[in-house]
Design a protein around this ligand. Structure first.
Ligand SMILES: O=C(CCC(O)(O)[C@H](Cc1ccccc1)NC(=O)c1ccccc1)N[C@@H](Cc1ccccc1)C(=O)O
Ligand SMILES: [Zn+2]
Length: 599
């Protein structure tokens, strides 16, 4: 039965209301589970997950009555295609769909409740305890115990569930014949047949920056921990970089700063000294977004968010931002602690909420990021302004800022930014290289861990401090793997946020080098950003990229690493010179991973 456009519009209006309501119900069930992990709340979430799949299945059938070739209106056809793009919900075997939801819930429960043991008597949760040890301890043995303890408690216990999870997801997603495997489906949200090769090319362009940073940090860490801890292959031990996954190195800034006597910031200390409360951290973030003309948090946000880890129940501590699809209820769930890292995560999560608020009046189907990387990029972009010495001084978290001709202070600041924004790049890239190879069937369960360490050794130039084998499951020690959450979105975000930062600083006429630009209280920058955010996923993401960059030297509808490399250019030159001065050999043996026991 071919129905015309008018009927399609009527159908879509009805769909919009029903879908938003179903989404609300599911979000409430998921919220109840994540803020109180019990058998009952997990079962209730699974029940609602099945109800949502059933709703999507039925509506996809209803939408298929319309003949898209007879729909001329681009907007209507885009909406109808989104109603029919339901992923695993197209799989009619609800028993298997329930199993997928159960497995994901169970893996997330194991991850969230895991306690890593340092010895036979002391077992600690990841947040805040093990995170703090990895961030602050300078004792090699203690770091090794925390690193190994966490993986034994999380990855090892998740391992047995992952193979079935993968095969069920692939069976469900290939049922309709539209997708080759689950990785193919994940990548389809970028609406580009060349996406996989595009990100590979971007990653290769960023290699020189990372290799120079890696060589410098390796030399400085050798001075501290002793050269005997560093193999001839050139790898750095994975557990001495200040982060449980070696994805952000800012916590070891004090050990490796280029000009230590010009110590710039210790935000964590300032937060404690100034008796910051958790709420004040959120108010500071809200003030940044409202200062550029974006939005304040709705009152339900303050009423319903979970901002502190409860003492009397188990929760999913990994931070997230929630849209309850009723245009009013938006929440953050974060086990917030008084540290600089958490202050940045507060800005990150609130950045997601701002995106939600910008597109809340769009049709339900368009209330998404232009692509998943754009949502993460929006979450992160204010941190490029917020962390400048100028801004830190403005909000009283830093007393002295490096003067304009203080190149040493400037290098220190750029270096500190590179410890998060450059150190992250290979990790942001490799997590889904691993996952996509698993979904493709290239990496079988017997070699899950070997493939993981092949990639970690190859792209990150780090190696495991204790022997690993295929009896371990280290990918499972990173939230997004048991959580089933895509990761390439962060790599895309780390590229895109510099393109946006450059464009916004330009349109806002903020003079000076890119790395000292602070868009705080600049409503022109805010308006330009808002114009993109308000598009949601109503248009292909290239148009959203063009919306932000148009009229500037970086005008493009594509991802480009040029602004990121421009931002770090003074540091790249400094690192190249310094590495040459010390005859540092850049890079590492990409095909030989120390401490991995081949089967
Ligand atoms: O995981 C996060 C922060 C959590 C989140 O805000 O990205 C969160 C992750 C998540 C949790 C549950 C389900 C899905 C995703 N994402 C969101 O809350 C979110 C994602 C898309 C749209 C709206 C909100 N960051 C990553 C990468 C990262 C990003 C930025 C700085 C440092 C590190 C990490 O910690 O490895
Ligand atoms: Zn995020």
């Amino acid at each position: 039965l071919v129905l015309d456009e008018a009927a399609a519009i009527t159908y879509l209006e009805e769909y919009d209301r029903l879908a938003a309501d179903m989404s609300y119900q599911y979000a409430e069930a998921a919220w109840k589970y994540e803020t109180n992990i019990t058998e009952e709340t997990l079962a209730n979430m699974t029940e609602w997950s099945l109800k949502r799949s059933d709703f999507n299945y039925r509506e996809a059938k209803n939408a298929s009555r319309f003949d898209l070739s007879k729909i001329n209106n681009q907007n209507i056809s885009r909406l109808l295609r989104k109603v029919m793009d339901i992923g695993t919900a197209a799989f009619p075997d609800t028993v298997k769909l329930e199993k997928i939801s159960d497995l994901e819930g169970e893996m997330t429960s194991i991850y969230s409740r895991a306690r890593g043991c340092l010895n036979t008597t002391t077992c600690l949760p990841l947040e805040p305890d093990l995170v703090d040890i990895i961030a602050n301890s300078r004792n090699y043995a203690e770091l090794t115990a925390a690193w190994k303890g966490w993986r034994d408690a999380s990855g090892r216990n998740i391992k047995k569930l992952y193979p079935e999870y993968v095969s069920l997801l692939n069976e469900a997603i290939t049922f309709e014949g539209k997708y080759k495997d689950m990785g193919d489906y994940y990548r389809s949200s970028y609406e580009s047949p060349t996406f996989e090769n595009d990100v590979k090319a971007l990653f290769l362009e960023l290699a020189p920056l990372y290799e120079n940073l890696h060589a410098y940090v390796r030399r400085r860490l050798k001075e501290h921990y002793g050269a005997d801890k560093f193999p001839s292959t050139g790898h750095i031990p994975a557990h001495i970089l200040g982060n449980m996954w070696a994805q952000d190195w800012t916590n070891i800034y004090d050990l490796v700063a280029p000009y230590p006597d010009k110590r710039t910031v210790d935000i964590t200390k300032a937060l404690i000294d100034q008796n910051y409360t958790i709420i004040r951290m959120y108010k500071v973030a809200e003030d940044f977004f409202s200062s550029i003309g974006l939005y304040k948090m709705p009152h339900l946000f303050w009423e319903k968010s979970l901002l502190v880890k409860p003492v009397n129940r188990e929760v999913v501590c990994h931070a997230s931002a929630w849209d309850f699809s009723n245009k009013r209820d938006f929440r953050i769930k974060q086990c917030t602690a008084l540290t600089e890292e958490h202050l940045l995560t507060v800005h990150h999560e609130m950045g997601h909420i701002i995106y939600y608020l910008a597109y809340k009046d769009l049709p339900y189907l368009y209330r998404e990021g232009a692509n998943p990387g754009f949502h993460e990029g929006m979450a992160d972009i204010v941190t490029l302004s917020f962390q400048t010495p100028e801004h830190m001084k403005k909000i009283g978290l830093l007393d002295a800022i490096p003067g304009q001709n203080d190149t040493e202070g400037d290098i220190n600041f750029l270096f500190r930014m590179a410890l998060s924004k450059a150190a992250f790049l290979p990790f942001g890239y490799l997590v889904d290289q691993w996952r996509w190879s698993v979904f493709r069937g290239e990496t079988k369960p017997e070699r899950y861990n070997e493939k993981w360490w092949d990639l970690r050794c190859d792209f990150q130039g780090i190696y495991p401090p204790v022997e690993r084998s295929n009896a371990d499951f280290d990918p499972g020690a990173k939230y997004h793997i048991p959580g089933g959450t895509p990761y390439i979105s962060y790599f895309v975000s780390f590229v895109a946020q510099f393109q946006w930062h450059k464009a916004l600083c330009k349109v806002a006429n903020i003079a000076g080098p890119l790395h000292r630009c602070d868009i705080y209280s600049n409503t022109i920058a805010g308006a330009r950003l808002n114009d993109m955010l308000k598009m949601g996923s109503s248009r292909p993401w290239g148009e959203a990229m063009l919306k932000i960059t148009s009229g500037t030297s970086g005008q493009t509808d594509k991802l480009s690493v040029a602004p990121l490399l421009e931002y770090f250019d003074p540091l790249i030159k400094w690192l190249q010179e310094n590495n040459k001065k010390y005859n540092e050999i850049l890079g590492w043996d990409k095909k030989n991973c120390p401490n991995f026991l081949s089967p």
